[in-house]
Design a protein around this ligand. Structure first.
Ligand SMILES: NC(=O)c1ccc[n+]([C@@H]2O[C@H](COP(=O)([O-])OP(=O)(O)OC[C@H]3O[C@@H](n4cnc5c(N)ncnc54)[C@H](OP(=O)(O)O)[C@@H]3O)[C@@H](O)[C@H]2O)c1
Length: 344
């Protein structure tokens, strides 16, 4: 059984990763179609050892496509996802547009795979924000064992989370600093090279940013509405890989050793936690990898039943493309979809 898959945003950071991951995991495809804006018509992208010519989303007919992996931003998704879904093709969307919609499941397969079954009302499934995806993978096993009441998280988010333009800005500014050129800030509100910026997405009325709000709201939808979460989201001059400093308060007593064992056994997680220089994971090592890495696990004695840890993952993979492909695998493995076009 094989499926016709369209990747929308195939020329972007996440789209490239989607194509790589479909090929790496030998996803059962009958055909893969690469789509982007009209600007990219005819551009070539790689899919395994094949080269695909990019077609325009505007001119594409989805009536015999089974799965659409969408990563072309919120405005494109808002306009196109319902239309594609109405043609019977399941959209797995990476933007924030549909995440909190009551008829759209928000899924991280290691945490709430069963929720994917609720996709039929709109034929859309949402992928969470990159920072939320890796966080809930880490929180889920701890919540099952110790009952998490409250989470305090500070993020250190790479520039690839802001797309190709974010990566270009870090590169160009860094080069300009060394060549005494002009360090112009366009994508980010302040200079990102040799700096950190405590601001991602727009400001909300209460002083939090939308990125911080997304972490709070999405964790509740995916994991447990009772969990209280507060976040500070910070952009750092790293190309790929988001890091998070996490403190949790639990209902039950928790030791660092117990937490380490539970996290070691949990799906999607690798624990690297030696109490010595270099005995932890940094974004540089997590880039290009699928795991969510946990390091620096320790008891936090400033609160009752407290635990602190460090969590790192590739934002383009677990934070976006890998999670989307895993959702598509859930649909197939649980027989929630069938190919529309029978193989000849
Ligand atoms: N980067 C992350 O860590 C991350 C994590 C989670 C979710 N996401 C989400 O994933 C999406 C894409 O992110 P990205 O980092 O891959 O951005 P990106 O590198 O800037 O790529 C954007 C892609 O969207 C395409 N696109 C733009 N306008 C289009 C249109 N009108 N019709 C069709 N395609 C259009 C672009 O095609 P052209 O090349 O033709 O312009 C390009 O392929 C965003 O919604 C983002 O919020 C990103």
């Amino acid at each position: 059984m094989s499926f016709k898959v369209a990747v929308v945003g195939a020329t972007g950071n996440v789209g490239h990763e989607m194509l790589d991951i479909l090929a790496e995991r030998a996803f059962p495809v009958s055909e893969v179609v690469a789509l982007a804006s009209t600007r990219s018509i005819g551009t070539e992208v790689s899919f395994g050892d094949k080269t695909l010519k990019v077609k325009a989303l505007d001119h594409y007919d989805f009536s015999d496509t089974d799965i659409c992996l969408m990563s072309a931003g919120g405005a494109v998704s808002k306009e196109w996802s319902p239309k594609i879904g109405a043609q019977g093709c399941v959209v797995i969307d990476n933007s924030s547009t549909w995440r909190m919609h009551p008829d759209v499941p928000l899924v991280v397969p290691e945490v709430n795979a069963a929720a994917a079954a609720g996709f039929r009302k709109m034929n859309i499934i949402a992928n969470p924000n990159c920072s939320t995806a890796q966080l809930v993978v880490a929180l889920k096993p701890l919540h099952e064992h110790f009952g998490i009441k409250r989470v305090v998280v500070s993020t250190y988010q790479s520039v690839s989370g802001a797309g190709k333009e974010g990566m270009d800005e870090l590169f160009n500014q860094t080069r300009a600093v060394f060549s005494a050129g002009e360090v112009a800030a366009k994508k980010f509100s302040k200079r990102i090279s040799f700096n950190v910026i405590p601001h991602i997405d727009v400001f909300m009325e209460d002083g939090f940013t939308k990125e911080e709000w997304k972490m709070m709201a999405e964790t509740k939808k995916i994991l447990d509405p009772k969990i209280k979460l507060t976040a500070t989201c910070v952009r750092v001059p790293v190309f790929i890989g988001h890091s998070e400093s996490v403190n949790i308060e639990c209902e039950k007593p928790v030791t660092a050793d117990e937490a380490r064992e539970i996290l070691r056994a949990a799906p999607g997680i690798l624990v690297i936690d030696k109490h010595e220089p270099g005995g932890y994971i940094t974004p540089h090592e997590a880039a290009g990898e699928d795991a969510t890495y946990i390091s620096r696990i320790r008891e936090d004695n400033t609160v009752e039943n407290g635990l602190a840890f460090w969590c790192v993952s590739d934002n383009l993979r677990k934070g976006a493309a890998l999670n989307a492909v895993q959702i598509a695998e859930v649909l197939i493995n649980r027989k929630l979809i069938q190919p529309r076009k029978k193989a000849a």
